[in-house]
Design a binder for this molecule. Structure first.
Ligand SMILES: Cc1cc2nc3c(=O)[nH]c(=O)nc-3n(C[C@H](O)[C@H](O)[C@H](O)COP(=O)(O)O)c2cc1C
Length: 186
């Protein structure tokens, strides 16, 4: 049987950080039947949208970089997960830079009057805050970005005070991630 496809956006620069641990926990719970592709916002060769407006009249994007492959993956995948540390109460700037390229879907919907991502998906949001967060702005941004990709969010796993207690020592958070993975499995 063909594997289900999961696209994960990782907004953290830290290879073995909190966000990376949350993603690893999700992947372990999803198991063998799932193919996960992770876009690391700090590593990917994906430039920001420059508002060239090519997508006002064409599908896709005029900038030829790794985003071309990600666009295809967004369109065909079954689930999307938005994972980020909280920086200045938001998702990270690098994640927003990468996802500025979703502007092509805004142009599709409101300018070209086309359905940008016909295949519906489910997914969720992971947020790791070192201190008190708070979660609201980052969560609202992450949920809005999921909607751009026709992804219905099944929920947010939010953890704070990670600078005091890392996620690996938080059984409640690990359980929340496992539950979200089970909900994605349907
Ligand atoms: C530039 C910067 C801004 C930050 N802003 C916040 C903040 O607004 N609220 C908060 O609780 N933690 C803040 N933090 C702490 C991070 O959220 C915390 O270290 C997080 O767990 C890192 O996740 P990671 O290991 O996945 O990269 C900030 C850290 C950095 C480097």
């Amino acid at each position: 049987m063909e594997k289900k496809k999961v696209l994960i956006f990782n907004g953290s620069p830290r290879k073995n950080g909190e966000t990376a641990f949350m993603i690893k926990t999700l992947q372990e719970e999803l198991g063998e039947g799932y193919e996960c592709k992770t876009v690391n916002a700090y590593k990917a060769d994906i430039r920001p949208c420059v508002d060239c407006r090519w997508c006002f009249t064409h599908p896709g994007c005029a900038i030829k970089d790794e985003w071309q492959e990600i666009l295809s993956y967004i369109e065909e995948c079954d689930h999307v997960v938005m994972a980020s540390p909280v920086y200045f109460e938001e998702v990270t700037g690098m994640l927003l830079s990468v996802l500025s390229r979703l502007q092509t879907y805004f142009s599709a919907r409101y300018i070209r009057k086309e359905e940008p991502v016909p295949k519906k998906k489910t997914g969720g949001v992971f947020l790791a805050a070192g201190s008190i967060g708070p979660r609201e702005k980052a969560e609202s941004t992450a949920q809005m970005l999921l909607r751009q990709m026709s992804c219905e969010s099944l929920g947010t796993v939010y953890v704070n005070r990670t600078d005091k207690v890392p996620v690996r020592d938080r059984e409640d958070i690990i359980q929340e991630i496992r539950t979200l993975a089970q909900q994605m499995k349907g």
